[in-house]
Design a protein around this ligand. Structure first.
Ligand code: FEO
Length: 398
């Protein structure tokens, strides 16, 4: 395994995880990369490490440039284990002179690994000399952990942005412009929705102050997926601005699970009623769409409509799973409603409403509950229910 040179003094020395299918609850159909970067300065510096099982791949790539034992400094931009998992062993193996991290990063690394001797805190505006080169830091607290920070190498104009502007995409094509744009946009959107959505205010704040940082940037090098340059350099900032704003769109999402197809029939009628108002609508059966697929849709919609039958006085498990996940991601500016078929107790609709209220979704009504199989009259009721949702969304968006 070889390193890949990305600028005059910087080499990509990360690892490619082709097999990753799941990342703490987020389905990752296309694997990922754990990007680490080697700065060949007087003080040889490693930016981030990799997930623990990939340490030897990183060492092999470093060894294609320099003996890993010659690394003087490590900069840890983010303490999460996919970037720091190998760090305790790397420190033990290579005994670097210093390991830099934000103040919260030092604490997080100590709390994770009980390491401390080499840890040196840095903060926004600090610059450290690597001899012939200099790196400076921008703390990006809660994007997406308290410790998160960016590192900037002025001489090569490289911004190392840890999880920011990254995506879970295993690829040998190291630069964004070498990859399929549609795939990258899909995966970056999935990444933003599943990892960064709760931190939209912090993302907007960062984008707001970004020009005042006066960073002359030629490359944005995240810790996952391809590196941004050239015509695509500012594309991730533009997309983050759009996604973080979460402006309500004239689009609705109907998600449902179903026991004997009754809730499914309601879902289709509701979708048709929504469509009749001119609102675009998408329907997702949760048997076949993961919670991460649903999360990605949050960036495109203005209305979320959720259906579940009642089973054992509660929600279908997949509905509860998705709603629990979405509640944590805190999507904003949505209207919504609940529906479902039931047999004798019918608690599911009220339980969905509680989730939606906890997400600050503006409820269009108390919901639609239909006993057993919907007949013509109930199907018409569902269609009207959908129309009501579409009209409410149009009031909000227009
Ligand atoms: Fe890629 Fe927050 O770890």
């Amino acid at each position: 395994m070889k390193a890949v040179k990305i600028s005059e003094h910087v080499w990509w020395v990360g690892a490619i995880d082709w097999a990753l299918k799941e990342f703490h609850g987020y389905t990752t159909h296309r694997g990922t990369t754990y990007n680490a970067f080697l700065i060949m300065a007087d003080k040889v510096t490693l930016i981030d490490t990799v997930k623990a099982p990939f340490k030897n791949e990183m060492y092999a790539r470093i060894a294609s440039v320099i003996d890993p034992n010659k690394i003087d400094y490590i900069i840890s931009n983010h303490a999460e284990m996919d970037h720091s998992g190998a760090l305790p062993e790397v420190i033990r193996d290579l005994n670097p002179e210093k390991v830099f991290a934000s103040v919260a990063g030092v604490k997080a690394l100590q709390d994770h690994f009980r390491i401390g001797d080499q840890l040196t805190p840095v903060k926004t505006g600090d610059t450290i000399s690597l001899g012939n080169l200099n790196v400076s830091f921008v703390e990006t607290k809660m994007l997406h952990w308290p410790d998160s920070m960016f590192t900037y190498l002025a001489e090569d104009k490289v911004l190392f942005s840890q999880d920011g502007f990254g995506m879970h995409l295993a690829t040998n094509q190291i630069f964004a412009d070498e990859n399929d744009w549609n795939v990258m946009e899909t995966e970056m959107k999935r990444y933003y929705a599943n990892i960064l959505l709760p931190y939209a205010p912090q993302a907007l704040k960062l984008l707001e102050i970004f020009p005042s940082l006066n960073l002359d940037i030629a490359l944005i090098a995240p810790d996952h997926g391809p590196i941004w340059r050239g015509d695509l350099l500012l594309k991730p900032l533009e997309l983050y601005g759009k996604w973080a704003a979460q402006a309500p769109a004239k689009q609705a999402l109907v998600i449902y699970d179903t026991m004997w197809h009754s809730t499914e029939k309601l879902a289709f009628e509701i979708a048709d009623g929504i469509r009749s108002t001119g609102v675009t609508v998408k329907v997702m059966n949760l048997d076949g769409h993961s919670r991460s697929d649903v999360a990605a849709e949050m960036l495109d919609i203005g209305a979320l409509v959720v259906g579940s039958p009642t089973i054992n006085n509660g929600l279908f498990p997949r509905t509860a799973d998705v709603l629990t996940y979405l509640k944590g991601l805190r999507p904003k500016n949505l209207i919504g409603a609940a529906f479902g078929s039931f047999g004798w107790s019918g608690e599911a609709v009220a339980q969905i409403n509680e989730y939606l209220k906890a997400m600050n979704v503006e409820l269009v009504s108390d919901g639609l509950k239909i006993k057993y199989i919907p007949a013509e009259a109930e199907l018409a009721q569902a269609w009207d229910f959908g129309k009501q949702i579409g009209e409410k969304l149009l009031e909000k968006v227009q």
